[in-house]
Ligand binder design. Structure first.
Ligand code: PMP
Length: 362
């Protein structure tokens, strides 16, 4: 959809990336790292200064301790963290439960490991989990459950009750968890992000993946991280070592120095909430229906009052004829089409205003 938006000179609210400039301080830090000759291989698991900073952040945020020596690894974006965690613990014949709509890198990584993704559809309208269905789908082959909160594409967040249900299930069935928490700092209206790190039973059996691309508006730097208890991280390192060995040294150095001020990630929720509120206020009289996103930088809009076209056709038509790009969410849902489009509001104010104008005219 980004390509189509580009071809048709449309406002691109499809792909999830911010289009405003990075903090000049962060740019200064990366230049300093390069000029300071931090240009050779970093240690396999990442710079100790950055691992220590991540450990501190996790301690502050979730009161959970991850040892920088052997429980943290820097990755080439969360994508590589997710891939490596799956290759480390999923074996041929294993089943992995995923909730759909699901981010698109999960299933191929499971297949490459020889496993099978078992989809469980989230329940509309609230994209909630039917816990009985989760129990029913567990077999003797189930190895892992993958979760993602704040959630792409729905913008919903898991509650404490959800996390407790998950903890009970994985303890009863002796399963692992991969918790994709790339939007960890983007939550709205006073909601708290409930990391798997906060729940003892989950912490002991979870890989948690994060993304500085999302947190510091640098998706092109592809810098993420993985947290896991020592016995799981040992397996993770075995894959990481031969997938990539280590990740970008100057970027790690810059981020380690940038993380010294927690306000830089603590203010992210309020920053994006202003963008969400601007967008939703401007389109509140349009024909689109919506529930405000709880977190992430995505907003779903239900277009049933406008057309009964399928979402792929409508998204294409919006791009080509109306000059606004979005993502049809059936692509995350094995083709099931709830007639909703995903719009990314991580955009400059003037683009949000221009997008709303187009949407209001439909
Ligand atoms: N998980 C989810 C839910 C995402 O939305 C994204 C990015 N769109 C990723 C993982 C990948 O993150 P990264 O860019 O750090 O690889």
């Amino acid at each position: 959809m980004s390509k189509l938006s580009h071809q048709h000179n449309a406002l691109n609210l499809s792909q999830g990336f911010p289009n405003f400039p990075v903090d000049p301080k962060l740019k200064e830090l990366i230049i300093k790292a390069i000029q300071g000759d931090k240009n050779q291989y970093a240690p396999m698991a990442g710079l100790m200064s950055l691992r220590a900073a991540i450990s501190n952040m996790t301690q502050q945020q979730h009161k959970a301790f991850y040892n920088p020596e052997n429980e943290i690894c820097l990755t080439a974006g969360a994508t590589q963290g997710i891939f490596s965690a799956i290759q480390a613990v999923v074996h041929p014949g294993d089943e992995v439960l995923i909730f759909t709509p699901a981010y698109d890198c999960y299933e191929p990584a499971i297949q490459l490991a020889g496993g099978k993704a078992i989809s469980i559809a989230m329940k509309l309208p609230g994209f909630t989990i039917d816990w009985q269905e989760v129990r029913d789908k567990i077999t003797s082959n189930t190895a892992m459950i993958m979760i993602n909160s704040p959630h792409n594409p729905s913008g919903t967040m898991w509650t404490h009750e959800d996390m407790i249900e998950l903890e009970k299930i994985v303890l009863d069935a002796n399963l692992l968890v991969l918790s994709d928490e790339v939007y960890e700092h983007i939550s709205f209206d006073g909601r708290e992000h409930l990391s798997a790190a906060r729940y003892e039973g989950l912490r002991d059996r979870s890989f948690i993946t994060g993304s500085f691309g999302k947190t510091f508006h640098v998706t092109g730097w592809k810098m993420g991280y993985c947290l896991a208890p020592k016995h799981l991280m040992e397996e993770f390192y075995k894959v990481h070592q031969y997938v990539v060995y280590c990740v970008n040294h100057p970027v790690q150095d810059a981020i380690a120095n940038y993380l010294v001020k927690p306000a830089r990630y603590l203010e992210l929720g309020a920053f994006y909430q202003r963008k969400r509120d601007l967008f939703l206020n401007l389109i509140k009289h349009s024909k689109f229906a919506f529930k405000p996103a709880h977190g992430s930088y995505f907003q779903l809009l239900d277009y049933t009052a406008i057309t009964n076209e399928n979402d792929v056709d409508f998204a294409r038509r919006l791009t080509v004829e109306h000059k606004i790009g979005s993502i049809p969410i059936s692509v995350f849902m094995n083709g099931k089409d709830p007639k909703m489009l995903r719009f990314c509001f991580a955009k400059k104010e003037e683009e949000i205003i221009a997008a709303a104008k187009i949407l209001n005219a439909l």
